[in-house]
Write a protein that binds this ligand. Structure first.
Ligand code: AMP
Ligand code: MG
Length: 487
């Protein structure tokens, strides 16, 4: 482990300094033969990091935490969490590290974080490693979400370590360099709350307010305002997932952020044929995290956050509970509001149109999609053509063309705006078969397909000739899709 003093990299250690109870100083394991697989140059620029430097041997060592500025104080963060409904009082970064905070061009701090950087004191039985496929999957899907204007942690780089990692077979190891508004989770508050140290809980809440909800400190009850802020942010986030057909796959409370960014891309996937019950995670046997359950689970997770915050909401516990319940009641209203507005936008309908007119149209369309198992993404894109009078492609995707014709006639009478539809209905999402193709090739040493896929999903609304295969659903031969957790 060497230190570097590269003048352009300033890593603060704010969390490490202020939250010693929740941060274990730790160092990344040394990688035997680091090799940069992919670098996010636009994101590097936003962080004032020179891509040429990051590509240099010294820069590579920074990206994997093997050579850090002298002032850096990397830590493994402690957190608790409900996993599939079961409470674990001590999870924490078992294979991850917070390197420190770095200033973004927007003036806000970002966490610079590693995933796959070796065992930490939180590792339990885990090996501390991550492998190329899943780290590239997070890179692809998180950057795709960003391009879709959905709040998310970002991916700066994936570096192969040169180490072989035992999974079902031996696989090449890798480290993801992740950038986030913070890594504060519902599980961070569960951890702080469970210590019984209200001082720690208050400091953590103040830190979250400072980083994510600075205007909430003006509120009469700033901790209630924090809870309300997280509820709003998560209601909006999950509504956006639903609108784009995204299934997170492992919505444990330790994977739900305080910032409202999507966190932790494990067994996630974009839905193809519309099926509200769809589950992609191989370990989600009961379908707890199925597409249609996501708003309910988010609400359940936020109730866990509210419980943790109770001692800060009011000195009188009964009154604290009343405040929490009232705040949680807002989730459904805000979720439904964002979802309905988003559906209107997907249909190109003027936002001023009365919900009593638009809701039945939306409901009928959703029923038609479900009955037809129509490809969710391409159907909405083709609907843009239908708004221009060319309904044939969308019509060919439904099982009841007569019902569709009737629906289109009523919809077009409301004058849908085709151009605005094209700005919200993506052409390119990271389709599962293309992600698998890119990961398989990259694991075997060829990052060409990964780069082509990234090109497509980086501008999801901009249809380009030559990229037709990136807009098409998986061939039938691809079969039902499953992804695997925690690898
Ligand atoms: P996740 O399912 O990725 O959100 O991880 C849940 C918990 O398991 C976290 O505490 C992780 O740090 C830990 N974990 C997952 N995989 C590993 C691994 N290979 N080695 C050590 N800890 C791990
Ligand atoms: Mg996690």
């Amino acid at each position: 482990m060497s230190d570097i003093a590269h003048s352009t990299v300033t890593l603060d250690g704010h969390f490490a300094r202020e939250f010693k109870e929740m941060a274990i100083p730790w160092r990344a394991e040394e990688a035997p033969d680091p090799d940069l697989l992919v670098l996010n140059e636009p994101l590097a620029a936003e962080l004032s990091l020179d891509p040429a430097f990051l590509r240099s041997p010294e820069g590579l060592l920074l990206l994997i935490g093997n050579a850090l500025p002298a002032e850096a104080s990397p830590v493994a963060q402690a957190y608790a969490g409900h996993q599939f409904g079961w409470y674990a009082s001590r999870l924490g970064d078992g294979r991850a590290l917070l390197l420190g905070e770095i200033r973004h061009a927007d003036g806000q701090l970002r966490d610079l974080h590693l995933k796959g950087s070796g065992r930490t004191p939180f590792a339990r039985n885990g090996d501390g490693q991550a492998v190329v496929g899943p780290m590239l999957r997070e890179f692809i899907v998180s950057e795709s979400m960003h391009a879709l204007n959905i709040p998310t942690t970002r991916s700066l780089a994936v570096v192969a370590t040169g180490r072989s990692v035992q999974r079902e077979t031996l696989l090449p190891g890798a480290i993801l360099t992740r950038v986030a508004s913070s890594h504060l989770r519902v599980g961070s508050f569960q951890y702080a709350g469970s210590t019984g140290d209200t001082g720690l809980l208050r400091r953590l809440a103040d830190y979250a307010l400072d980083r994510h909800y600075p205007t909430a400190v003006e509120a009469e009850n700033r901790y209630l305002a924090l809870l309300q802020g997280v509820i709003s942010a998560q209601a909006a986030l999950v509504a956006q997932w639903m609108l784009v057909g995204f299934v997170h796959g492992v919505m444990n409370t330790d994977n739900m952020t305080i910032s409202g960014e999507t966190l932790d891309y494990g067994p996630c996937a974009f839905m193809e044929g519309f099926d509200p019950a769809v589950v992609y995670s191989s370990i989600d046997e009961t379908g707890r995290y199925a597409y249609r359950n996501q708003p309910l689970v988010a609400e359940w997770n936020l109730a866990r956050l509210a419980e943790s915050l109770l001692p800060l909401l009011h000195d009188d516990q009964e009154q604290a509970v009343d405040l929490a319940v009232e705040a949680l009641g807002e989730f459904r209203r805000q979720y439904s509001g964002t979802w309905s507005a988003g559906m209107k936008a997907k249909l190109g309908l003027h936002e001023g149109l009365d919900d009593e007119v638009t809701s039945p149209l939306v409901d009928e369309l959703v029923a038609l999609l479900q009955e037809s198992r129509a490809d969710y993404t391409s159907f909405f894109r083709h609907l843009g053509k239908a708004a221009r009078g060319q309904a044939e492609t969308a019509r060919s995707q439904v099982s009841d063309p007569a019902a569709f014709d009737d629906w289109v006639a009523r919809w077009r009478a409301l004058a849908p705006d085709a151009d605005s539809m094209d700005g919200v209905n993506p052409v390119y999402i990271p389709r599962n078969h293309l992600v698998e193709e890119a990961l398989t090739a990259a694991t075997a040493g060829n990052t060409g397909p990964l780069k082509q896929l990234m090109d497509a999903v980086a501008s999801p609304f901009d249809e380009r000739p030559g990229l037709e295969r990136y807009a098409a659903p998986a061939p039938d031969s691809f079969g039902p899709y499953r992804t695997f957790c925690g690898t």
